[in-house]
Design a protein around this ligand. Structure first.
Ligand code: ADP
Ligand code: MG
Length: 315
């Protein structure tokens, strides 16, 4: 049974010249390009934790790859290939076909080959390991922020968290918000274009304040963020219930935007980049001496979040 599923996957997986041998042998054979470092990241999606139980198979497939490509983007890497470890409650070919529709649509969009994986029976869980390349010395790391840097974020924040809040309240999520929860768009082009412009970078998966906190801890600095500067989508702004917006934008998870720091001298380059990519890039704060991330209200008073961000095992 698992072999017919694997065969289905093999028939649809993409090819790449640097993947010399893909699905079908004991392991894949890859030829790394000269002068580049291999960038490796792995993320698991569990039902009920990383996606709601009612999520469509195609959306699960898309998201399983998207969250991994987002990590590669945050390193400034070019994605190349991935492996897929699937744990499925039953051998459901129709579900698998739907899953592959979403997974492979995103893979194709970025030239990513599916080079191998594992298929087992168990509770629905998807692990993807994604691999990419970055020129030696050019990766965007968490430990490179400096005092005086400005803090930037791509796209908009809070949509996915707002969709989840609507679902948890027992309702139906606004379709535009739900789309951001189910189909996050990894900022692959932006990540690569930021090489040589940004200093530190991270992808926002567990809430802006928490993730920027990782940058600050790794870099030995602090950060100040202006709540009013956090970019919001029209869908988020037009929602009836606004009091929770700042919490969703600063602390909600599943945004998969890039948060990066750069010297003020890079402002013009960053604006030009946003124009070229058609991507909103917002300056939201600055790197300061000290430790930790402080969010500030419009009048300069400190803002205290209802909760810091997502942690799998609690505080
Ligand atoms: P092994 O027993 O050597 O681990 P498997 O039967 O698990 O072999 O896998 C056979 C081939 O199919 C391998 O090349 C493996 O990488 C690939 N494969 C298995 N499951 C998946 C999957 N979910 N996605 C992609 N490739 C897979
Ligand atoms: Mg195996």
């Amino acid at each position: 049974m698992e072999f017919s599923l694997i065969d289905r996957i093999r028939q649809r997986a993409g090819q790449r010249p640097d993947v010399l041998l893909g699905i079908g042998d004991d392991a894949a054979l890859i030829r790394p390009p000269a002068g580049q470092l291999l960038v490796v990241t792995s993320d698991t999606l569990n039902v009920g934790v990383h996606f709601p139980h009612d999520t469509k198979a195609a959306d699960i497939g898309w998201k399983a790859l998207a969250v991994n490509l987002s990590d590669l983007a945050a390193m400034g890497a070019e994605p190349a290939f991935c492996t897929l470890a699937l744990s499925l409650p039953k051998a459901d070919a129709a579900w698998l076909d739907g899953f592959l529709d979403g997974f492979l649509a995103l893979a194709r969009a970025h030239g990513v080959a599916l080079a191998g994986g594992d298929t087992t029976r168990g509770p629905l869980s998807i692990n993807v390991t994604a691999h990419g390349w970055v020129p030696a010395g050019q990766a965007l790391r968490r430990d490179a922020a400096r005092v005086g840097d400005e803090v930037w974020v791509t796209g908009t924040l809070g949509d996915a968290a707002a969709a989840l809040a609507q679902l948890e309240a027992g309702g139906v999520a606004d379709p535009a918000l739900r789309q951001r929860l189910d189909r996050p768009v990894p900022r692959i082009e932006a990540g690569q274009a930021l090489r040589g412009i940004a200093r530190a970078c991270i992808d926002v998966s567990d809430g802006l304040l928490q993730d920027l906190g990782h940058v600050c801890a790794a870099s030995g600095v602090g950060a100040e963020i202006a709540l009013d500067a956090l970019p919001a989508s029209t869908a988020l702004l037009s929602r009836v219930n606004q009091p929770t917006r700042h919490g969703e934008q600063a602390c909600g998870g599943d945004d998969y935007e890039l948060c990066f720091t750069a010297a003020p001298a890079e402002d013009a380059a960053i604006h030009a980049l946003g124009e070229r990519l058609g991507l909103r890039l917002s300056r939201i704060g600055s790197i300061v001496e000290g430790a930790g991330v402080q969010a500030l209200l419009a009048d300069g008073r400190p803002w205290h979040p209802p909760r810091a961000g997502y942690a799998h095992f609690g505080a």
